[in-house]
Write a protein that binds this ligand. Structure first.
Ligand SMILES: Nc1ncnc2c1ncn2[C@@H]1O[C@H](COP(=O)(O)OP(=O)(O)OP(=O)(O)O)[C@@H](O)[C@H]1O
Ligand SMILES: [Mg+2]
Length: 226
């Protein structure tokens, strides 16, 4: 089972929105997915209450239970666990980073967001934890200079998920409806962008598997994403 944590100290960057939409898109592609909500704010847990479909499951739990729950889920055959964390420097976020195989850091194209990501980046680098920034809430309508400047700044700080996400109302409406954007508006631009991020992420996770095979002769399979 792959474990991916959404982390940033800055609030409102899109951790919860992307966690649920990515989980829905991953489930649609055939993966067995679970979202673990360890944020006391409970955004993803509340989203799940508004939802009628059961998959992807959301488990709300205190961060202290995270490692035992992940162990159980792995044994139950899940392919992917996505962890949603509080937007603060907290034990919960640290534990989610420790448990993750890969971390995604949603960042808006703003100096404030980029600067606020530095302690998280330091924490991850000190532990050799692979991560990537995801540029979220970019101005819609193609690459603006604000987005290009943010891309350049983030590439200097670490790895960047190549597909970016624009500011689109589908994210707000999907969250309110207990849906992922690929369900809310399957042919919309937000849905395309989330699928592109999922494809980038699964390719990145498979590359980590290849490194693991070379290092230890063991692999964690991730089913193909169509
Ligand atoms: N790409 C986007 N386009 C438009 N709105 C977005 C986008 N991503 C997130 N939002 C909206 O921004 C707000 C904050 O998003 P979200 O709650 O996912 O952030 P968060 O990082 O989880 O915040 P917190 O740190 O408080 O947990 C929400 O209203 C959400 O619907
Ligand atoms: Mg949140």
């Amino acid at each position: 089972m792959h474990i991916v944590s959404f982390v940033t100290q800055k609030g409102g960057t899109g951790k919860s929105s992307l966690a649920v939409s990515l989980a829905v898109a991953a489930a649609e592609s055939g993966l067995k997915v679970v979202v673990l909500d360890i944020d006391p704010q409970g955004t993803t847990g509340e989203w799940y209450k508004r939802r009628t479909a059961e998959a992807p499951e959301v488990h709300s739990l205190p961060w202290t239970y995270l490692s035992t729950r992940l162990y159980t889920l792995d044994r139950q055959g899940y392919d992917l666990a996505i962890i949603d964390t509080p937007g603060a420097d907290s034990h919960a976020a640290s534990e989610a980073m420790r448990q993750a195989h890969f971390c995604l850091l949603p960042v808006r194209p703003s100096v404030a967001d980029i600067e606020a990501s530095k302690p998280t980046v330091r924490y991850l680098n000190e532990r050799d934890k692979p991560f990537a920034f995801v540029l979220n809430q970019c101005p819609a309508g193609g690459r603006t200079s604000r987005t290009s400047n943010a891309r350049m700044a983030l590439q200097l700080l670490g790895s960047l998920c190549d597909p970016t996400l624009a500011h689109r109302s589908d994210h707000v409406d999907a969250l309110a409806s207990g849906l992922g954007v690929t369900e809310f508006s399957p042919f919309g631009k937000a849905a395309d962008e989330v699928r592109a991020v999922l494809q980038w992420l699964t390719a990145r996770l498979r590359r980590s598997d290849a490194i693991e095979i070379a290092d230890e002769g063991a692999a964690i399979p991730l089913k193909a994403v169509s």
